[in-house]
Design a protein around this ligand. Sequence first.
Ligand SMILES: Cc1ncc(COP(=O)(O)O)c(C=O)c1O
Length: 445
Amino acid sequence: MNLPAASTASLATNSLEQHWMPFTANRDFKASPRLITRSEGMYLWNQNGERLIDGSSGLFNVAAGHGRREIADAVHAQMLQNDYTAPFQLGQPASFALAAKLCGLLPEPFNHVFFTNSGSESVDTALKMVMAYHRARGQSQRLRFVSRERAYHGVNIGGVSLSGMVRNRETFPVVMPSVVTIRHTWDPDQAFTRGQPERGAELADDLQRHCETYGGATIAAVFVEPIAGSTGTLVPPKNYLERLRAICDRHGILLVFDEVITGFGRLGAPFAADAFGVMPDIITMAKALTNGAIPMGAVAASDEVYETVTNAAEGTAIEFFHGYTYSGHPAACAAGLATLRIYEEEGLFKRAADMSAYFLDAIWSLRDLSVIRDLRGYGMMAGVEVFPEDGKPGARGNELQKRLFWNGCHVKWTGDTAIVAPSFVAERAHIDEIIDCLRRTLDDI
Ligand SMILES: Cc1ncc(COP(=O)(O)O)c(C=O)c1O
Protein backbone atom coordinates (compact mmCIF):
# COMPACT_ATOMS: atom_id res chain seq x y z
CA MET A 1 0.00 0.00 0.00
CA ASN A 2 1.12 3.60 -0.52
CA LEU A 3 1.24 5.89 2.47
CA PRO A 4 -0.60 9.23 2.39
CA ALA A 5 1.83 11.98 1.39
CA ALA A 6 1.62 13.80 4.73
CA SER A 7 2.93 10.85 6.69
CA THR A 8 5.83 10.20 4.33
CA ALA A 9 7.28 13.68 4.39
CA SER A 10 10.38 12.56 6.28
CA LEU A 11 10.63 9.08 4.78
CA ALA A 12 12.82 8.17 1.84
CA THR A 13 10.21 5.92 0.29
CA ASN A 14 6.44 5.93 0.01
CA SER A 15 6.05 2.21 -0.48
CA LEU A 16 6.05 -0.43 2.21
CA GLU A 17 5.63 -3.42 -0.08
CA GLN A 18 9.25 -4.31 -0.73
CA HIS A 19 10.26 -4.94 2.85
CA TRP A 20 9.13 -8.40 3.99
CA MET A 21 8.92 -7.63 7.70
CA PRO A 22 10.01 -10.06 10.44
CA PHE A 23 7.50 -11.60 12.87
CA THR A 24 4.91 -9.21 11.43
CA ALA A 25 1.49 -9.66 9.84
CA ASN A 26 2.72 -7.96 6.67
CA ARG A 27 -0.66 -7.42 4.97
CA ASP A 28 -2.32 -6.14 8.09
CA PHE A 29 0.61 -3.88 8.96
CA LYS A 30 0.92 -2.42 5.48
CA ALA A 31 -2.79 -1.64 5.44
CA SER A 32 -2.38 0.38 8.64
CA PRO A 33 1.31 1.00 9.32
CA ARG A 34 2.83 1.89 12.64
CA LEU A 35 6.15 3.61 12.05
CA ILE A 36 8.61 5.12 14.47
CA THR A 37 10.55 8.05 13.09
CA ARG A 38 12.37 9.26 16.20
CA SER A 39 13.37 8.00 19.63
CA GLU A 40 14.87 9.60 22.71
CA GLY A 41 15.10 8.54 26.35
CA MET A 42 11.87 6.76 27.31
CA TYR A 43 9.98 7.98 24.24
CA LEU A 44 9.28 7.17 20.60
CA TRP A 45 7.54 9.33 17.99
CA ASN A 46 5.30 7.86 15.32
CA GLN A 47 4.75 8.91 11.71
CA ASN A 48 2.15 11.47 12.79
CA GLY A 49 4.56 13.08 15.24
CA GLU A 50 2.68 11.63 18.23
CA ARG A 51 4.72 10.63 21.27
CA LEU A 52 4.64 7.11 22.74
CA ILE A 53 6.25 5.81 25.87
CA ASP A 54 8.42 2.74 25.36
CA GLY A 55 7.14 0.13 27.80
CA SER A 56 9.34 -2.68 26.48
CA SER A 57 12.60 -0.77 25.92
CA GLY A 58 12.40 -1.74 22.24
CA LEU A 59 12.63 -5.50 22.45
CA PHE A 60 14.01 -5.40 26.02
CA ASN A 61 17.38 -4.27 24.69
CA VAL A 62 17.43 -0.47 25.08
CA ALA A 63 18.23 -0.71 28.78
CA ALA A 64 19.86 2.72 29.04
CA GLY A 65 17.15 4.55 27.13
CA HIS A 66 17.07 5.68 23.50
CA GLY A 67 19.39 8.04 21.71
CA ARG A 68 22.49 7.72 23.87
CA ARG A 69 24.96 10.15 22.36
CA GLU A 70 27.93 8.43 24.07
CA ILE A 71 27.25 5.28 22.06
CA ALA A 72 26.73 7.12 18.77
CA ASP A 73 29.93 9.10 19.28
CA ALA A 74 31.94 6.00 20.16
CA VAL A 75 30.70 4.17 17.05
CA HIS A 76 31.41 7.20 14.87
CA ALA A 77 34.95 7.58 16.21
CA GLN A 78 35.63 3.85 15.79
CA MET A 79 34.37 3.88 12.19
CA LEU A 80 36.76 6.70 11.35
CA GLN A 81 39.66 5.01 13.15
CA ASN A 82 39.19 1.46 11.83
CA ASP A 83 35.93 0.45 10.18
CA TYR A 84 36.59 -3.26 9.76
CA THR A 85 39.17 -5.92 10.50
CA ALA A 86 38.89 -9.51 9.28
CA PRO A 87 38.32 -11.38 12.53
CA PHE A 88 39.90 -14.73 11.59
CA GLN A 89 43.61 -15.01 12.45
CA LEU A 90 43.65 -11.22 12.85
CA GLY A 91 42.51 -8.94 15.64
CA GLN A 92 41.69 -5.37 16.57
CA PRO A 93 41.91 -3.84 20.05
CA ALA A 94 38.23 -3.12 20.69
CA SER A 95 37.14 -6.78 20.73
CA PHE A 96 39.75 -7.67 23.36
CA ALA A 97 38.82 -4.62 25.42
CA LEU A 98 35.13 -5.51 25.30
CA ALA A 99 35.76 -9.18 26.12
CA ALA A 100 37.84 -8.15 29.15
CA LYS A 101 35.12 -5.73 30.32
CA LEU A 102 32.45 -8.39 29.91
CA CYS A 103 34.44 -10.94 31.85
CA GLY A 104 34.76 -8.38 34.63
CA LEU A 105 30.97 -8.16 34.73
CA LEU A 106 30.26 -11.89 34.38
CA PRO A 107 30.34 -14.15 37.41
CA GLU A 108 33.36 -16.36 38.00
CA PRO A 109 34.33 -18.64 36.29
CA PHE A 110 33.44 -16.93 32.99
CA ASN A 111 36.68 -15.61 31.58
CA HIS A 112 36.18 -16.21 27.85
CA VAL A 113 33.81 -14.58 25.40
CA PHE A 114 32.98 -15.46 21.76
CA PHE A 115 31.31 -12.69 19.75
CA THR A 116 28.28 -13.09 17.48
CA ASN A 117 25.78 -10.68 15.92
CA SER A 118 22.50 -11.65 17.59
CA GLY A 119 20.86 -13.81 20.18
CA SER A 120 20.06 -16.47 17.60
CA GLU A 121 23.70 -16.70 16.57
CA SER A 122 24.69 -16.88 20.22
CA VAL A 123 22.43 -19.89 20.75
CA ASP A 124 23.78 -21.70 17.69
CA THR A 125 27.32 -20.86 18.78
CA ALA A 126 26.61 -22.28 22.23
CA LEU A 127 25.30 -25.50 20.67
CA LYS A 128 28.55 -25.88 18.75
CA MET A 129 30.63 -25.08 21.84
CA VAL A 130 28.85 -27.87 23.68
CA MET A 131 29.57 -30.31 20.85
CA ALA A 132 33.21 -29.24 20.69
CA TYR A 133 33.57 -29.60 24.45
CA HIS A 134 32.26 -33.16 24.58
CA ARG A 135 34.27 -34.15 21.52
CA ALA A 136 37.42 -32.78 23.14
CA ARG A 137 36.69 -34.96 26.17
CA GLY A 138 36.15 -38.06 24.05
CA GLN A 139 32.39 -38.05 24.70
CA SER A 140 31.03 -37.57 21.19
CA GLN A 141 28.20 -39.95 22.06
CA ARG A 142 26.51 -37.03 23.83
CA LEU A 143 24.28 -36.09 20.91
CA ARG A 144 21.02 -35.29 22.68
CA PHE A 145 19.98 -31.80 23.75
CA VAL A 146 17.31 -30.89 26.25
CA SER A 147 15.20 -27.76 26.16
CA ARG A 148 11.82 -26.72 27.52
CA GLU A 149 8.26 -26.32 26.41
CA ARG A 150 7.53 -22.63 25.80
CA ALA A 151 11.23 -21.93 25.24
CA TYR A 152 12.42 -19.32 22.77
CA HIS A 153 16.01 -19.57 21.65
CA GLY A 154 15.97 -17.47 18.52
CA VAL A 155 15.27 -18.30 14.91
CA ASN A 156 18.31 -20.05 13.45
CA ILE A 157 18.01 -23.78 12.89
CA GLY A 158 19.75 -24.65 16.16
CA GLY A 159 17.55 -22.28 18.13
CA VAL A 160 14.39 -23.45 16.35
CA SER A 161 15.32 -27.03 17.21
CA LEU A 162 15.41 -26.02 20.86
CA SER A 163 12.26 -23.95 20.59
CA GLY A 164 9.18 -24.89 22.55
CA MET A 165 6.83 -22.44 20.82
CA VAL A 166 4.65 -24.24 18.33
CA ARG A 167 4.19 -21.38 15.85
CA ASN A 168 7.95 -21.03 15.53
CA ARG A 169 8.37 -24.70 14.68
CA GLU A 170 5.41 -26.01 12.74
CA THR A 171 6.45 -24.54 9.39
CA PHE A 172 10.01 -25.79 9.88
CA PRO A 173 9.79 -29.48 10.72
CA VAL A 174 13.28 -30.44 9.55
CA VAL A 175 15.51 -29.30 12.35
CA MET A 176 18.06 -30.97 14.64
CA PRO A 177 16.64 -34.41 15.35
CA SER A 178 17.84 -35.20 18.85
CA VAL A 179 16.17 -32.59 21.04
CA VAL A 180 13.86 -33.59 23.87
CA THR A 181 11.88 -31.20 26.02
CA ILE A 182 11.03 -30.90 29.67
CA ARG A 183 7.88 -29.19 30.90
CA HIS A 184 7.56 -25.44 31.22
CA THR A 185 7.08 -24.00 34.69
CA TRP A 186 3.91 -21.93 34.33
CA ASP A 187 1.33 -23.08 36.86
CA PRO A 188 -2.17 -21.53 36.68
CA ASP A 189 -2.72 -22.49 40.32
CA GLN A 190 0.04 -20.06 41.25
CA ALA A 191 -1.23 -17.19 39.11
CA PHE A 192 -0.44 -13.69 40.37
CA THR A 193 2.76 -14.84 42.09
CA ARG A 194 5.19 -11.99 42.34
CA GLY A 195 8.79 -13.24 42.01
CA GLN A 196 9.52 -16.95 42.20
CA PRO A 197 6.59 -19.35 42.74
CA GLU A 198 6.86 -21.49 45.87
CA ARG A 199 5.95 -24.76 44.16
CA GLY A 200 7.32 -26.46 41.06
CA ALA A 201 10.99 -27.29 41.74
CA GLU A 202 10.17 -30.93 41.03
CA LEU A 203 9.50 -30.06 37.37
CA ALA A 204 13.28 -30.15 37.01
CA ASP A 205 13.06 -33.90 37.60
CA ASP A 206 11.81 -34.22 34.02
CA LEU A 207 15.50 -33.98 33.19
CA GLN A 208 16.25 -36.89 35.48
CA ARG A 209 13.56 -38.90 33.70
CA HIS A 210 15.21 -38.19 30.35
CA CYS A 211 18.50 -39.38 31.86
CA GLU A 212 16.79 -42.59 32.92
CA THR A 213 15.08 -43.04 29.54
CA TYR A 214 17.97 -42.20 27.22
CA GLY A 215 20.99 -42.53 29.49
CA GLY A 216 22.50 -39.44 31.09
CA ALA A 217 25.74 -40.06 29.20
CA THR A 218 23.97 -39.48 25.87
CA ILE A 219 22.83 -35.96 26.82
CA ALA A 220 25.11 -33.09 25.86
CA ALA A 221 23.44 -30.04 27.39
CA VAL A 222 20.31 -28.47 28.77
CA PHE A 223 19.32 -25.05 27.43
CA VAL A 224 17.04 -22.85 29.53
CA GLU A 225 16.12 -19.22 29.72
CA PRO A 226 16.41 -18.56 33.48
CA ILE A 227 13.18 -16.58 33.07
CA ALA A 228 11.37 -17.68 29.92
CA GLY A 229 10.94 -14.30 28.26
CA SER A 230 9.28 -14.64 24.90
CA THR A 231 6.40 -16.73 26.22
CA GLY A 232 5.56 -14.03 28.68
CA THR A 233 7.94 -13.86 31.66
CA LEU A 234 7.75 -17.30 33.27
CA VAL A 235 9.70 -16.96 36.50
CA PRO A 236 11.33 -20.22 37.70
CA PRO A 237 9.94 -21.77 40.88
CA LYS A 238 12.18 -21.63 43.95
CA ASN A 239 14.96 -24.25 43.84
CA TYR A 240 14.11 -25.25 40.26
CA LEU A 241 17.31 -23.98 38.64
CA GLU A 242 19.35 -25.39 41.52
CA ARG A 243 17.78 -28.79 40.90
CA LEU A 244 18.54 -28.65 37.17
CA ARG A 245 22.16 -27.81 38.03
CA ALA A 246 22.42 -30.77 40.40
CA ILE A 247 21.04 -33.24 37.85
CA CYS A 248 23.41 -31.89 35.18
CA ASP A 249 26.34 -32.35 37.54
CA ARG A 250 25.32 -35.87 38.35
CA HIS A 251 25.37 -36.86 34.66
CA GLY A 252 28.15 -34.72 33.18
CA ILE A 253 25.63 -32.60 31.25
CA LEU A 254 26.40 -28.95 30.48
CA LEU A 255 23.93 -26.31 31.61
CA VAL A 256 23.44 -23.36 29.26
CA PHE A 257 21.61 -20.24 30.40
CA ASP A 258 20.16 -18.27 27.52
CA GLU A 259 20.43 -14.80 29.00
CA VAL A 260 19.62 -12.87 25.83
CA ILE A 261 16.87 -11.06 27.75
CA THR A 262 17.89 -11.55 31.37
CA GLY A 263 21.50 -10.41 30.92
CA PHE A 264 22.70 -6.90 31.71
CA GLY A 265 20.72 -5.92 34.77
CA ARG A 266 17.17 -6.83 33.73
CA LEU A 267 16.75 -8.79 36.97
CA GLY A 268 18.53 -6.20 39.11
CA ALA A 269 21.85 -8.10 38.96
CA PRO A 270 24.29 -8.28 36.05
CA PHE A 271 23.05 -11.72 34.99
CA ALA A 272 20.29 -14.13 36.04
CA ALA A 273 23.06 -16.48 37.18
CA ASP A 274 23.86 -13.84 39.83
CA ALA A 275 20.22 -13.09 40.62
CA PHE A 276 19.33 -16.75 41.21
CA GLY A 277 22.74 -17.85 42.51
CA VAL A 278 23.02 -20.74 40.05
CA MET A 279 26.07 -21.04 37.80
CA PRO A 280 25.67 -22.51 34.33
CA ASP A 281 28.60 -23.61 32.14
CA ILE A 282 27.78 -21.32 29.22
CA ILE A 283 25.86 -18.02 29.05
CA THR A 284 24.42 -16.63 25.83
CA MET A 285 23.70 -12.92 25.58
CA ALA A 286 22.87 -10.18 23.06
CA LYS A 287 20.19 -7.42 23.23
CA ALA A 288 21.30 -4.96 25.94
CA LEU A 289 24.99 -5.61 25.22
CA THR A 290 24.97 -2.61 22.88
CA ASN A 291 21.79 -0.97 24.21
CA GLY A 292 20.17 -1.98 20.93
CA ALA A 293 22.26 0.49 18.94
CA ILE A 294 24.29 -2.01 16.88
CA PRO A 295 23.59 -5.74 16.39
CA MET A 296 25.82 -7.85 18.61
CA GLY A 297 25.70 -11.01 20.68
CA ALA A 298 28.19 -12.96 22.74
CA VAL A 299 28.66 -16.34 24.37
CA ALA A 300 30.54 -16.63 27.64
CA ALA A 301 32.29 -19.92 28.31
CA SER A 302 33.53 -21.14 31.65
CA ASP A 303 37.27 -21.76 32.02
CA GLU A 304 36.54 -25.48 31.94
CA VAL A 305 34.74 -25.29 28.58
CA TYR A 306 37.26 -22.94 26.95
CA GLU A 307 40.34 -24.77 28.19
CA THR A 308 39.02 -28.20 27.33
CA VAL A 309 38.28 -27.17 23.75
CA THR A 310 41.46 -25.18 23.14
CA ASN A 311 43.80 -27.67 24.84
CA ALA A 312 42.47 -30.56 22.77
CA ALA A 313 43.80 -29.10 19.51
CA GLU A 314 47.24 -29.88 18.18
CA GLY A 315 49.97 -27.24 18.19
CA THR A 316 49.03 -24.23 16.06
CA ALA A 317 45.74 -25.69 14.79
CA ILE A 318 42.51 -23.69 14.97
CA GLU A 319 40.66 -25.07 17.98
CA PHE A 320 37.03 -24.14 17.22
CA PHE A 321 35.90 -24.17 13.60
CA HIS A 322 33.31 -21.47 13.97
CA GLY A 323 33.02 -17.72 13.50
CA TYR A 324 31.22 -14.96 11.60
CA THR A 325 32.54 -12.34 9.19
CA TYR A 326 31.21 -9.83 11.69
CA SER A 327 32.30 -11.54 14.94
CA GLY A 328 33.52 -8.70 17.14
CA HIS A 329 32.90 -6.00 14.52
CA PRO A 330 34.76 -2.82 15.57
CA ALA A 331 31.61 -0.67 15.51
CA ALA A 332 29.69 -3.17 17.64
CA CYS A 333 32.59 -3.42 20.08
CA ALA A 334 32.72 0.36 20.37
CA ALA A 335 28.96 0.39 21.03
CA GLY A 336 29.36 -2.39 23.61
CA LEU A 337 32.18 -0.62 25.43
CA ALA A 338 30.26 2.66 25.53
CA THR A 339 27.14 0.83 26.75
CA LEU A 340 28.94 -0.97 29.56
CA ARG A 341 30.48 2.36 30.58
CA ILE A 342 27.01 3.91 30.83
CA TYR A 343 25.71 0.98 32.90
CA GLU A 344 28.66 1.37 35.25
CA GLU A 345 28.81 5.17 35.51
CA GLU A 346 25.06 5.56 35.98
CA GLY A 347 24.75 2.53 38.26
CA LEU A 348 21.90 1.31 36.10
CA PHE A 349 21.78 -2.27 37.37
CA LYS A 350 21.36 -0.99 40.92
CA ARG A 351 18.80 1.46 39.67
CA ALA A 352 16.88 -1.43 38.10
CA ALA A 353 17.05 -3.33 41.40
CA ASP A 354 15.85 -0.26 43.34
CA MET A 355 13.01 0.49 40.92
CA SER A 356 11.76 -3.09 40.76
CA ALA A 357 9.41 -2.89 43.78
CA TYR A 358 7.72 0.24 42.44
CA PHE A 359 7.48 -1.27 38.98
CA LEU A 360 5.96 -4.55 40.20
CA ASP A 361 3.54 -2.70 42.51
CA ALA A 362 2.40 -0.75 39.47
CA ILE A 363 1.96 -3.92 37.42
CA TRP A 364 -0.03 -5.57 40.23
CA SER A 365 -2.29 -2.51 40.40
CA LEU A 366 -3.86 -3.85 37.16
CA ARG A 367 -5.14 -6.94 38.92
CA ASP A 368 -8.73 -5.70 39.24
CA LEU A 369 -9.24 -5.54 35.46
CA SER A 370 -11.59 -8.34 34.44
CA VAL A 371 -9.59 -9.18 31.32
CA ILE A 372 -6.45 -10.03 33.32
CA ARG A 373 -5.68 -13.73 33.63
CA ASP A 374 -2.27 -13.59 35.34
CA LEU A 375 0.51 -11.23 36.38
CA ARG A 376 4.11 -12.34 36.70
CA GLY A 377 7.28 -10.41 37.31
CA TYR A 378 10.82 -10.20 38.56
CA GLY A 379 13.24 -7.28 38.50
CA MET A 380 12.29 -4.95 35.66
CA MET A 381 10.43 -7.57 33.65
CA ALA A 382 6.75 -8.47 33.88
CA GLY A 383 4.16 -10.53 32.06
CA VAL A 384 0.62 -9.17 31.87
CA GLU A 385 -1.55 -12.00 30.57
CA VAL A 386 -5.12 -11.49 29.39
CA PHE A 387 -7.80 -14.10 28.80
CA PRO A 388 -7.75 -15.19 25.16
CA GLU A 389 -10.64 -14.56 22.84
CA ASP A 390 -12.77 -17.68 22.45
CA GLY A 391 -10.99 -20.09 20.13
CA LYS A 392 -8.51 -17.47 18.96
CA PRO A 393 -5.38 -17.53 21.09
CA GLY A 394 -3.19 -14.51 20.44
CA ALA A 395 -5.87 -12.46 18.66
CA ARG A 396 -6.60 -10.27 21.66
CA GLY A 397 -2.92 -9.69 22.37
CA ASN A 398 -2.37 -8.68 18.76
CA GLU A 399 -5.27 -6.26 18.88
CA LEU A 400 -4.13 -4.80 22.19
CA GLN A 401 -0.61 -4.19 20.91
CA LYS A 402 -2.07 -2.09 18.09
CA ARG A 403 -4.49 -0.21 20.32
CA LEU A 404 -1.74 0.55 22.81
CA PHE A 405 0.34 2.05 20.04
CA TRP A 406 -2.41 4.48 19.10
CA ASN A 407 -3.07 5.16 22.80
CA GLY A 408 0.55 6.24 23.28
CA CYS A 409 2.50 3.20 24.47
CA HIS A 410 4.75 0.61 22.84
CA VAL A 411 4.52 -2.77 24.53
CA LYS A 412 5.61 -6.06 22.97
CA TRP A 413 2.96 -8.78 23.09
CA THR A 414 3.54 -12.46 22.72
CA GLY A 415 0.32 -14.40 22.28
CA ASP A 416 -2.00 -12.94 24.89
CA THR A 417 0.73 -11.68 27.21
CA ALA A 418 2.32 -8.25 27.26
CA ILE A 419 6.00 -8.24 28.16
CA VAL A 420 6.48 -5.01 30.05
CA ALA A 421 10.17 -4.23 30.52
CA PRO A 422 11.04 -0.55 30.62
CA SER A 423 14.56 0.76 30.37
CA PHE A 424 16.45 1.33 33.61
CA VAL A 425 16.47 5.11 33.22
CA ALA A 426 12.70 5.08 33.80
CA GLU A 427 11.45 7.42 36.53
CA ARG A 428 8.39 6.55 38.58
CA ALA A 429 6.33 8.93 36.44
CA HIS A 430 7.31 6.94 33.33
CA ILE A 431 6.14 3.72 34.93
CA ASP A 432 2.89 5.41 35.92
CA GLU A 433 2.44 6.53 32.32
CA ILE A 434 2.93 2.99 30.99
CA ILE A 435 0.50 1.55 33.54
CA ASP A 436 -2.06 4.26 32.87
CA CYS A 437 -1.98 3.48 29.16
CA LEU A 438 -2.27 -0.24 29.83
CA ARG A 439 -5.22 0.31 32.16
CA ARG A 440 -7.10 2.56 29.71
CA THR A 441 -6.49 0.16 26.83
CA LEU A 442 -7.17 -3.13 28.62
CA ASP A 443 -10.28 -1.73 30.30
CA ASP A 444 -11.72 -0.92 26.90
CA ILE A 445 -11.32 -4.27 25.14
C1 LIG B 1 16.13 -16.03 25.20
C2 LIG B 1 16.35 -15.58 23.79
N1 LIG B 1 17.24 -16.22 23.03
C3 LIG B 1 17.49 -15.84 21.77
C4 LIG B 1 16.82 -14.79 21.20
C5 LIG B 1 17.10 -14.39 19.79
O1 LIG B 1 17.76 -13.19 19.73
P1 LIG B 1 17.84 -12.40 18.33
O2 LIG B 1 16.46 -11.93 18.01
O3 LIG B 1 18.80 -11.27 18.63
O4 LIG B 1 18.38 -13.34 17.33
C6 LIG B 1 15.88 -14.09 21.96
C7 LIG B 1 15.14 -12.96 21.39
O5 LIG B 1 14.20 -12.45 21.95
C8 LIG B 1 15.63 -14.51 23.28
O6 LIG B 1 14.72 -13.89 24.05
